[in-house]
Design a protein. Structure first.
Lengths: 116, 110
């Protein structure tokens, strides 16, 4: 059981390039989310999904796209990278089938992205 | 909209001293509340959570937190801090669309 996996671990992009951050979970969780972490700002929610085919915007969605075609995968796309997107990105999954584990987020190890 | 405020950016305590980290939230209904810890260069680990019932919740590593609805607070406490507790602590509120506070960095003096 690998939990939540993210690739790549590190990435350097030039301004204007595009890329996809991959996230996968093998726990059959319904919910998945993407966060970015910046110094002094905690984690901010970018996009989230409550199931395959259903996504919604979080606090800071601009510049990012997501889709969820399967329960397991939730990729995050940067269409035209900007220096302001330099950050550490965390993917998380959760579920609500057992009350005592309601919405408890399981985090991936993160992707450190630098945009020059 | 839901939000979380952690008023203390940085706290320093001596090893063996007690600790309280503050968290205030804004949420429209009965909140799901969480505390996470992040050691340098690491991911996030869940310390404890509250969603109903007893307002004093126990977590891992000797931490506890108390939910006070009247004060919209969910403060984290530990009676005796160990050097290994030095880390950044995040309070969070919500469900799928979880919101995190900005974090409190804890330094432990020997």
């Amino acid at each position: 059981n690998a939990g939540v996996t993210q690739t790549p671990k590190f990435q350097v992009l030039k301004t204007g390039q595009s890329m996809t951050l991959q996230c996968a979970q093998d726990m059959n969780h319904e919910y998945m989310s993407w966060y970015r972490q910046d110094p002094g700002m905690g984690l901010r929610l970018i996009h989230y999904s409550v199931g395959a085919g259903i996504t919604d915007q979080g606090e800071v969605p601009n510049g990012y796209n997501v889709s969820r075609s399967t329960t397991e995968d939730f990729p995050l796309r940067l269409l035209s990278a900007a220096p302001s997107q330099t950050s550490v990105y965390f993917c998380a999954s959760s579920y609500a089938r057992l009350a005592r584990h309601h919405y408890e987020q399981y985090f991936g190890p993160g992707t450190r992205l630098t945009v020059t | 909209a839901q939000s979380v405020t952690q008023p203390d950016i940085h706290i320093t305590v001596s090893e063996g001293a007690s600790l309280e980290l503050r968290c205030n939230y804004s949420y429209g209904a009965t909140p799901y509340l969480f505390w996470y810890v992040q050691s340098p260069g690491q991911g996030l680990q869940l310390l404890l959570k509250y969603f109903s019932g007893d307002t004093l919740v126990q977590g891992i590593k000797g931490f506890e937190a108390e939910f006070k609805r009247s004060q919209s607070s969910f403060n984290l406490r530990k009676p005796s801090v160990h050097w290994s507790d030095a880390a950044e602590y995040f309070c969070a509120v919500g469900a799928v669309d979880m919101r995190f506070g900005a974090g409190t960095r804890l330094t432990v003096k020997p």
